[in-house]
Every structure is written in structure tokens, then in C-alpha cells.
Design a protein around this ligand. Structure first.
Ligand code: ZN
Ligand code: ZN
Length: 187
């Protein structure tokens, strides 16, 4: 499930697909904006010019460009966010049994971030900078959101080192500053 097409969010796909082609389960479902297929083919052919097509042909590879879909009994809804000049940057909301978990991907503070915060029990969200701008959220935005939506637990992502240090010191009640690889149990 891809949020948008900046390199830090999709340049590893050729290696993922290569790995899948060598594994037993060949099913791959890619959820993304409609320009995703050509973007992924481009980067795949750059990475493996002589074999990327073969890799794709060996897989049961499907693209899905819809706003609403179901994966493993999770209802998933895709929302448009605002990320600088990137036309299509999506967030996702997953719901099952009255629990909602959202992911913003990269975003500035916008109406759909507020909608996610209102709806979600947990929101994994961009908090790259100390001060938010038109491309990424910042600590100032998280202070506002965590106060306005006290029922939502915000798990911050995409952090610069300075942001992490400052946020860890602030110890905001409903903001989790996770370590890489940390598993968050949703309850
Ligand atoms: Zn981005
Ligand atoms: Zn990014």
C-alpha cells in the first residue's frame, strides 16, 4: 500500500518484487495512485534492465487504484492529503470491530489529517520537523492535534533527529515516539 511516489517511499519495490519472485507465495497486490504502475516499471527496469519484465511475469501481480477496498477483513479507505507539490499523496484508514487505525504517509496539516484524528484510535502520522510546513507536519501540529483529539493516540513517523529529541523530552500523553521496528499493539 503506497502513499505517494517520492523515492523514500517506493525505491525499494524492485527488490521486494525480486524477492517475491523467488519465494513460494507469488501473490502481490499493489495499492497506489494510478500513475504507480508506470513509475514502478520505470524504477524496476532501471534496477534490473534485463530481467524485471520476467520477474513481473513470474508473479501474480495486481494493481488496485480504488479509494475503498477490503484486505484480510480490514476495511480500508484511502484519503487525499496535502504534501507540497505532490498531486496525489494518500493516507489510509483501516477499520475492523470498531477499531480504526490510520496512516498519513507524508503530509502537512490539512482537513483530512483532522478527519483521520477524529476517527482513529491510533494514527501513525508524519511529524518530520519541529515546525510544520506545506510538505510535512511538525511538533507544533502534533501539539494542536493531540490536544484537540485526546482519544486518538498519535504514533509519529518520518522524524528528523532534532524532532525526535525534542518530542521525547515533551512526553505528550497521547503521542508515542517509537523506535525503528517497534511493534505497537492496538487495543
Ligand atoms: Zn514525500
Ligand atoms: Zn517521505
Amino acid at each position: 500500500m503506497l502513499t505517494h511516489f517520492h523515492g523514500d517511499h517506493y525505491f525499494d519495490i524492485p527488490f521486494y518484487l525480486l524477492n517475491k519472485s523467488r519465494s513460494e507465495n507469488k501473490d502481490v497486490n499493489i495499492f497506489c495512485a494510478k500513475e504507480g504502475k508506470s513509475k514502478i516499471n520505470k524504477i524496476g527496469n532501471l534496477a534490473f534492465p534485463n530481467s524485471f519484465k520476467e520477474v513481473c511475469n513470474s508473479l501474480n501481480l495486481k494493481y488496485n487504484f480504488n479509494d475503498n477496498f477490503v484486505v484480510d477483513n480490514y476495511k480500508v479507505k484511502r484519503l487525499l492529503l496535502e504534501h507540497g507539490k505532490m498531486k496525489r499523496a494518500f493516507g489510509y484508514i483501516f477499520s475492523k470491530d470498531d477499531i480504526c487505525v490510520g496512516f498519513t504517509g507524508d503530509t502537512s496539516l490539512c482537513e483530512n489529517v483532522e478527519n483521520l484524528s477524529r476517527k482513529c484510535n491510533y494514527l501513525f502520522c508524519d511529524c518530520m520537523f519541529v515546525n510544520g510546513n506545506s510538505r510535512h507536519q511538525g511538533i507544533d501540529n502534533l501539539e494542536y492535534l493531540s490536544k484537540k483529539y485526546p482519544k486518538c493516540i498519535f504514533v509519529v513517523t518520518h522524524l528528523e533527529d532534532e524532532t525526535r529529541q525534542k518530542l521525547e523530552k515533551m512526553k505528550i500523553k497521547n503521542v508515542i515516539v517509537p523506535d525503528d521496528g517497534q511493534i505497537i499493539v492496538v487495543k
